[in-house]
Ligand binder design. Structure first.
Ligand code: HEC
Ligand code: HEC
Ligand code: HEC
Ligand code: HEC
Length: 179
């Protein structure tokens, strides 16, 4: 009986983690782009596609990348090296069940890298209700710069500094104000 109580207790204690963390799956940038591509919405899809973030995976396939990996002492090609993938690519280390069939790891640093896996918030009804979207996995950033420097820092082998205003101006994708 004691054991059963213990089991039950552990389940109650652990289950909130299980259910809250693993519900949401990655759907892929093109799915976000279905609604976030018009000029009226703010052209997020094309801004991202034209940015280096969308090419961060391809970058790891270059000779330059392999050279850097080698110099760092890795014996695998850059595109197979965890210590490179971790800032350049989302999804490479996740179970297939976490990735929708339209999700592409080749998209590198993509919408859901920064905004969280979208399966729970992608529907119009949820998206239009900011609080509900956040409850369903949407990540918005109050402190943008702090977030950027989780990757833009000296751990990056090619790091030469990070100037927030300048970098943000290259990738910002605001929804145009209407009034
Ligand atoms: C069915 C259409 C639709 C899809 C699909 C969609 N969105 Fe949205 N999203 C919207 C609309 C509409 C708004 C604006 C809501 C508003 O202005 O009140 C929005 C708002 C947002 C916001 C701003 C939230 C805020 O208030 O700061 C972010 C970030 C966002 N979407 C990211 C994404 C990402 C990432 C994906 C893909 C995983 C995605 N959206 C998929 C329609 C969509
Ligand atoms: C998940 C890691 C990650 C985060 C978070 C991130 N970046 Fe990046 N960023 C990268 C990588 C990797 C590259 C290099 C892509 C390439 O060249 O292949 C890059 C490149 C860039 C570039 C292009 C630089 C150039 O050479 O022209 C800009 C601009 C940029 N990021 C801005 C930002 C800003 C602003 C933020 C925060 C809002 C941000 N990034 C957050 C990983 C990240
Ligand atoms: C801590 C995050 C991080 C790690 C780890 C990381 N990178 Fe990057 N990488 C970046 C960012 C951010 C940029 C964009 C640099 C910039 O312009 O500020 C970048 C840019 C690059 C570029 C393009 C730079 C250029 O000037 O052409 C190459 C190539 C590259 N990384 C290779 C690698 C390789 C190989 C590894 C593994 C050994 C690696 N990166 C590990 C974050 C990272
Ligand atoms: C490198 C990280 C990064 C990537 C990649 C990225 N975003 Fe964002 N996004 C941000 C940040 C930071 C903000 C500003 C703070 C916030 O609202 O979270 C933002 C804001 C937004 C907003 C709200 C704009 C507003 O005016 O309120 C929308 C909508 C959005 N992103 C959609 C997308 C979509 C769709 C994609 C992919 C096509 C995408 N984002 C890719 C970091 C990113």
């Amino acid at each position: 009986m004691k054991q059963l109580t213990y089991l039950l207790f552990s389940f109650l204690f652990i289950s909130p983690y299980l259910f809250s963390q693993n519900n949401f799956t990655y759907i892929g940038a093109d799915q976000c782009g279905m609604c976030h591509k018009t000029e009226k919405q703010g052209s997020q899809l094309s801004i991202w596609k034209n940015s280096n973030h969308s090419k961060a995976y391809e970058t790891l396939k270059t000779d330059k990348a392999d050279q850097i990996a080698k110099e760092k002492g890795f014996s695998t090609p850059a595109v197979e090296t965890q210590e490179c993938l971790k800032c350049h690519v989302t999804g490479y280390n996740l179970d297939k069940s976490m990735l929708g069939n339209k999700f592409k790891i080749e998209d590198g640093v993509q919408c859901e890298t920064c905004h969280g896996p979208g399966s729970g918030y992608k529907d119009m009804k949820v998206m239009k209700d900011r609080a509900l979207a956040i409850k369903n996995g949407l990540i918005v950033h109050e402190e943008k710069e702090k977030f950027c420097i989780t990757c833009h820092n000296a751990e990056s082998p090619t790091y030469t500094g990070f100037e927030f205003e300048e970098y943000w101006s290259k990738i910002k994708h605001d929804i145009p104000k209407t009034n």
